[in-house]
Design a binder for this molecule. Structure first.
Ligand SMILES: Cc1ncc(COP(=O)(O)O)c(C=O)c1O
Length: 372
């Protein structure tokens, strides 16, 4: 299985692994989390899914993905400059725009769909770059290796948010990324019943700096969340296969529906990044599908209120199907102008396609679209 191979290839030094799973009360787990230099392979205890998550990892922790992202940003100092991809999760945008400037960190944005734009956007004080792929909610696919290569040329630290693909579909450390962050809330735990985040790196110094920061600020999850995450990650591979298969069918259905304007799903040949997605993602195109409904807010509302299986909720990556309305949910921090600039329209709808029966899901969408 690819994931196991990846783990063997990436963890020759048998580095210890930990997730944002090490609550203080779990002393034994914490000890393992601390022991990365001792050559422990905690992943071995967690099964294949966990190995995939942790391939090449040294450490990872955080009470949510936002905490994990902030932990990675803690490597920045006053006067440093951070480059954030314009097409990014709203929470990352929020930290970049509202928090970091108050701490003396310069922040600006670059277009990750064009790797060379990094070369133009970098400044003498640029230290770090953060991006994601597939992106939330537009599902653009960015060339991870190309961006990592340009960042290396400039001596920048790369942070990559792998939440949407999950480690089952892509391993960014193998593509040259320095630090990977995950919302373990999503596919990794997989059942919408915990909040957690992980920071994954194969660099001991970075791992230790982040560990120290986490220890200092006390950003650790509860033991029960840790246990649920460990249980969830064991089925990551099978869940992802079903998410991908269902999302492909849902995207194809929506693409042919008269009430739908545009469908954003990297698995459709019409998607602008389809060729890159085929090369970069392994075994599927993910479980997220975005689309624009014809009409305006009234149609959005009727559709979102009209589904019976899809639940209107902001999260994603769980076994059950969810609908989100990015303009008022995940990307509400952005101004309308900022949203329009990155292609989040008032009619944009995001689906997290679960692992239910695909025909039931399509039937549900069909009857809700009829009401819209
Ligand atoms: C790409 C991405 N990263 C991070 C997060 C934040 O996750 P958490 O709720 O675990 O902080 C989200 C949440 O939707 C997300 O979509």
């Amino acid at each position: 299985m690819q994931l196991r191979k990846g783990c063997r290839r990436l963890a020759p030094a048998a580095l210890a692994v930990a997730v944002g799973l090490f609550a203080r009360g779990l002393a034994a787990l914490l000890a393992l989390g601390l022991a990365f230099t001792a050559g422990l392979t905690f992943a071995a205890r967690l099964g294949v899914g966990a190995r995939a998550v942790m391939a090449g990892a040294v450490t990872a922790r955080g009470v949510s993905a936002r905490a994990a992202i902030v932990a990675a940003f803690s490597l920045l100092k006053q006067g440093d400059h951070l480059l954030i991809a314009t097409d990014i999760y709203g929470g990352t945008f929020r930290v970049g725009e509202k928090i970091l400037p108050n701490q003396g960190v310069d922040v600006s944005f670059f277009d990750a769909s064009c790797p060379d734009s990094l070369l133009e956007a970098a400044r003498p004080n640029t230290k770090m770059v953060i991006f994601e792929s597939p992106t939330n909610p537009n599902l653009r696919v960015m060339d991870i290796a190309a961006i990592a290569e340009r960042a290396k040329r400039l001596g920048l630290l790369t942070i990559f948010d792998n939440t949407f693909a999950s480690p089952a579909l892509q391993n960014p450390l193998a593509l040259g990324i320095d630090i990977v962050v995950h919302s373990t809330t999503k596919y990794i735990s997989g059942h919408s019943d915990i909040i957690g985040g992980a920071v994954v790196t194969n660099d001991d110094a970075i791992a230790y700096a982040i560990f120290e920061w986490n220890k200092a600020v006390g950003s650790v999850p509860s033991p029960f969340d840790c246990w649920l995450t460990l249980r969830g990650v064991k089925t990551l591979g099978v869940r992802m296969r079903q998410h991908c298969a269902n999302a492909q069918k849902v995207a194809e259905f929506l693409a042919n529906h008269p009430k739908v304007d545009h469908v954003y799903f990297p698995g459709l040949p019409t998607h602008p990044d389809h060729a890159l997605a085929k090369k970069q993602l392994r075994g599927g195109f993910g479980g997220m599908v975005s689309f624009e409904i014809k009409g305006g807010y009234a149609e959005v509302k009727a559709f979102c209120e009209g589904t019976k299986i899809f639940i209107l909720a902001e999260s994603l990556g769980g076994i059950e199907s969810l609908i989100a309305y990015p303009a008022k949910m995940s990307h509400a921090t952005m101004t309308e102008e900022q949203r329009l600039e990155v292609g989040i329209l008032p009619t944009s709808i995001r689906l997290s396609v679960g692992i239910e029966d695909a025909d039931d899901l399509i039937e549900d969408l069909e009857q809700a679209l009829e009401k819209a």
